[in-house]
Design a protein around this ligand. Structure first.
Ligand code: C2E
Ligand code: CA
Ligand code: CA
Ligand code: CA
Length: 279
């Protein structure tokens, strides 16, 4: 049994080495991906349900690996979080988003807000608001044009730091959205404890409209609550006309999903904007 113990330890050690090698190569791949501009932002427009016009635009990160092709953020973001690299990526996104918004303004495109996803790690670290302030100054952009999207899980690790950061962001004029609403645990208390402006109903609820029992009632209750709390409400992942009709009837403000538009590369954006403006 001593022998078995030693063998399994050897095995464990070997797999640990493989794992740390994997980590090491991932670390250097991320680093070179950042240096070689393999990361790119895509932009998904959100539609106002009363005016039908573009309300805001969400930035969605893409990784174009020269060998593997397009890697989805659902794959690389959890890894970047685990390796402690997500903050570096998020900082790049903050700057890239401000740069793009300033460019659109220079082209006369009246987009009300650009939204950025920020990881829990970055929020708890303490320099999110400072990074945003510097990016705004650098690109001569007002804070009112920026929106920060956070998930409920971001507040769990350090509520105190989160509060401080949000307060500073608010003083810059930046809007705060609570992303993936309904999938976490204690979201309701955050709605009053934190300065949240926008509530994004998670796509999993929208996907079940109108068929699944009880689901439509949950969505209509969320919309009613958001309105009572003076929050703007966004429905994520809207793919079907029936879903749009249902949301419109309940007075949901904004729609996001393939039904309106998929995420677009920057060079396809102005075409979409110009055609959407005409309708
Ligand atoms: P999210 O913030 O909930 O973003 C919405 C996701 O839904 C995006 O997936 C978007 O492409 C997708 N989507 C939009 N409309 C539809 C629809 O009608 N149907 C369906 N099935 N999907 C739709 P994506 O781009 O793969 O991003 C996945 C997640 O990765 C995001 O979820 C966000 O949590 C994270 N992420 C993306 N970009 C960033 C970033 O720059 N920084 C950080 N920290 N996280 C990011
Ligand atoms: Ca989001
Ligand atoms: Ca979401
Ligand atoms: Ca999400």
């Amino acid at each position: 049994s001593k022998e078995i113990g030693r063998n399994s330890f050897q095995l464990y050690k070997a797999s640990m080495n493989a794992r740390s090698l994997e980590r090491l190569s991932m670390l250097s791949r991320f680093q070179s991906a950042l240096e070689n501009s393999e990361f790119e932002l895509y932009f998904q427009p959100l539609q106002c349900l009363t005016s039908s016009r573009i309300n805001s635009v969400e930035c969605l990160l893409r990784w174009q690996d020269p060998n593997l092709g397009m890697i989805s953020p659902a794959q690389f973001i959890p890894l970047a979080e685990e390796l402690g690299l997500i903050t570096q990526l998020d900082k790049w996104v903050v700057n890239r988003a401000c740069e793009q918004m300033a460019f659109w303004h220079s082209q006369g495109a009246e987009i009300r807000r650009i939204a950025i996803n920020i990881s829990a790690q970055f929020l708890s670290q303490g320099d999110l608001a400072l990074t945003v302030a510097n990016a705004l100054t650098k690109h001569r952009l007002k804070g009112q044009y920026l929106e920060i999207e956070l998930t409920e899980s971001s507040f769990i690790s350090n509520l105190h730091e989160a509060k401080m950061q949000l307060k500073q962001l608010k003083s810059l004029g930046v809007s705060i959205a609570l992303d993936d609403f309904g999938t976490g645990y204690s979201a309701l208390s955050y709605l009053t404890k934190l300065p949240i402006d926008i509530l994004k109903i998670d796509a999993s609820f929208i996907a079940k409209i109108p068929d699944e029992y009880g689901n439509s009632e949950i969505v209509s209750a969320i919309i009613a609550m958001a309105k009572a709390l003076n929050l703007q409400v966004v429905a994520e992942g809207v793919e079907k006309p029936e879903q749009r009709q249902f949301l419109q009837k309940l007075g949901c403000h904004t729609l996001q999903g393939y039904l309106f538009c998929k995420p677009l590369a920057a060079n396809n954006w102005m075409n979409f904007y110009n055609s959407a403006k005409l309708t």
